[in-house]
Ligand binder design. Structure first.
Ligand code: DC
Length: 235
């Protein structure tokens, strides 16, 4: 089957359900661009931490809004790892944005409307020509409401926590399972109850529960869905 039309694929869901891993594998197998929109919120958070714009765990919204123009985010493709890495004002911060202090603050930064407006605009610009897989929380609902394919990824909490712990260990962060669970629960709550673009499962999204599926099985399932929606949208 020919996959001529380069569609837009939105991948949403809670933290650590395997969204980015699946979205990246899907993009690589289709020859599409992959964008991890959460990395962008993490980049803004790292900037705010460094500039001390979060005090006593509270983002200083007025100060952050004044600094927004100084925050330049871009992705560069790293051939060695076959993935895009985030640059904050020309510094590669791909590893730094995964550290626990960023994870602990990012959901709060992601509630700020002006931050979201800035990042949504940048995301739409990157995806304007299609041929993109973008993962996040509001991709199917806000960023690309007309995306040809919308996936909503879920997994049971124990699996999510174990995956997150493993990811952190791989970058040298040792943390207990209870700490991981506490951070995931806190982020789920903030992400799904915030006023601005909360995480929702839109009606036209297709759910993939990754709990019992290997990475290859998830990918094959997603590819089938792409084929079906590519056929549908070329009709
Ligand atoms: O996908 P992630 O865990 O790296 O995302 C980090 C945080 O950014 C998450 O708590 C919610 C927020 N986020 C968001 O609000 N909207 C997006 N499109 C992507 C992430």
């Amino acid at each position: 089957m020919l996959l001529e039309k380069r569609i837009t694929i939105a991948v949403d869901g809670y933290s650590s359900c395997g969204k980015s891993t699946l979205a990246k594998a899907l993009a690589n197998s289709l020859g599409y661009v992959f964008i991890d929109s959460g990395a962008m919120y993490r980049g803004v958070t790292l900037y705010c931490i460094r500039q001390q714009l979060i005090q006593n765990s509270k983002p200083q919204v007025d100060l952050i809004e004044k600094e927004l123009d100084k925050i330049h985010l871009s992705f560069k493709f790293n051939e060695a790892t076959a993935s895009s890495e985030l640059f904050l004002n020309d510094e590669n911060v791909e590893k730094l944005i995964r550290l626990p202090d960023v994870a602990a603050n990012v959901s709060k930064i992601a509630t700020i409307k002006t931050v979201r407006d800035k990042l949504v605009e940048a995301q739409r610009l990157i995806g304007r020509n299609g041929g993109i897989v973008m993962d996040g929380r509001d991709i199917g609902s806000v960023v690309f409401p007309a995306a040809e394919l919308k996936l909503f990824i879920t997994a049971v909490p124990e699996i999510r926590a174990q995956r997150r712990k493993k990811e952190l260990e791989e970058i040298g962060v040792i943390i207990t399972l209870d700490e991981v669970i506490a951070n995931l629960m806190e982020r789920d709550l903030i992400d799904s109850t915030r006023k601005e673009s909360p995480l929702i499962q839109v009606e036209d999204a297709i759910v993939i529960d990754t709990s019992e599926l290997t990475r290859e099985e998830q990918l094959q399932k997603a590819i089938q869905l792409v084929k079906a929606s590519t056929c549908k949208s070329s009709e």
